[in-house]
Design a protein around this ligand. Structure first.
Ligand code: PDD
Length: 282
């Protein structure tokens, strides 16, 4: 089935969808995006994702391209036209098309792109063996709370990790603390069983999966500490994991080549993954 994208008011075959060369997203990465999971043909946590998109856009002073109700209508239509049962919806808004000039153009409409895509289930051996992570300096800009389409530092980090045979890069701030992964939120379980993840702030993206997992963790009676953790603490953790829209909750069993705990996915991560998925599918 040919994929269909929605671009600036039209549904078009994705292979033929085009943007103007003077779109500011193309020239300046002047835009924001979000990605929403689709479970059993339904968007999960759509309001949280659209709230985050609104916030990214208002921080960048880009107008909303359409109302939330209209956006959701397009989203559902795209999911239907692309036959997506399990996958994700991508939404990108840029400041619009104008002759290249850094200053905001006047009287320009924001550009809107939406795509829906099926996701393959994670490889069974990734789930059974867990993911590997390597650490590296966080070289991103200072407003990582904005889901900007400018992802070059994330791209370079993910590529460096892949070239070392790792699934994800954990990014380290100047104080030796983990900020997050290149496209995922970072968590550890301490030797005494507390969950630790960095609190919201300008240093990280406020992950939606992370916010849901924090809630299910509390429901499961687990103790959650919202604080930065160091690379050394991560090496000494009992369990470690990442969360994201496309990976849900995924165990990390090696950090910089060192086994986490006994080197196998642990029981707390397994419980959180199951609890998260049951909320996401509900
Ligand atoms: N990545 N941190 C970063 C830097 C991210 O890019 C993402 C999401 C996350 C996890 O956020 P969430 O749980 O809301 O997906 C954390 C998206 C999916 C991406 O770029 O594809």
């Amino acid at each position: 089935m040919a994929r269909i994208a929605y671009i600036n008011g039209r549904y078009v075959p994705q292979s033929r969808a085009q943007v103007a060369v003077e779109d500011r997203g193309y020239l300046f990465s002047d835009g924001a995006y979000d990605a929403i999971p689709v479970h059993n043909g339904h968007l999960s946590f759509a309001d949280r994702h659209l709230d985050r998109l609104d916030r990214s856009l208002s921080e960048l002073r880009i107008a909303r391209p359409m109302s939330r109700a209209a956006l959701l209508q397009v989203a559902h239509e795209l999911i239907r036209r692309n036959g997506v049962r399990n996958g994700g919806l991508y939404i990108q808004v840029t400041r619009g098309v104008a002759p290249r000039d850094h200053k905001f153009p006047k009287g320009v409409k924001p550009s809107l792109l939406m795509m829906a895509r099926k996701w393959k289930a994670p490889a069974p051996d990734l789930l059974s063996r867990g993911a590997t992570v390597v650490t590296m300096p966080d070289q991103r800009w200072a407003r990582r709370d904005i889901k900007s389409i400018s992802l070059i530092a994330n791209v370079l980090a993910k590529q460096a990790a892949a070239e070392q045979g790792a699934f994800e890069a954990w990014l380290i701030d100047d104080g030796g603390m983990v900020t997050e992964g290149s496209s995922t939120s970072a968590w550890i379980v301490t030797a005494t069983g507390e969950l630790v993840t960095r609190p919201d702030g300008t240093e990280i993206l406020p992950g939606i999966t992370r916010s849901v997992v924090a809630e299910v963790a509390r429901d499961l009676g687990l103790t959650l500490q919202l604080r930065p953790f160091s690379r050394e603490e991560a090496y000494a953790a009992r369990e470690a994991f990442l969360t994201s829209t496309s990976n849900f909750v995924l165990a990390i069993t090696r950090i910089d080549g060192k086994p986490v705990g006994n080197g196998k996915p642990g029981p707390i991560v397994a419980r959180l993954r199951e609890a998260y998925l049951s909320v996401a599918r509900a």
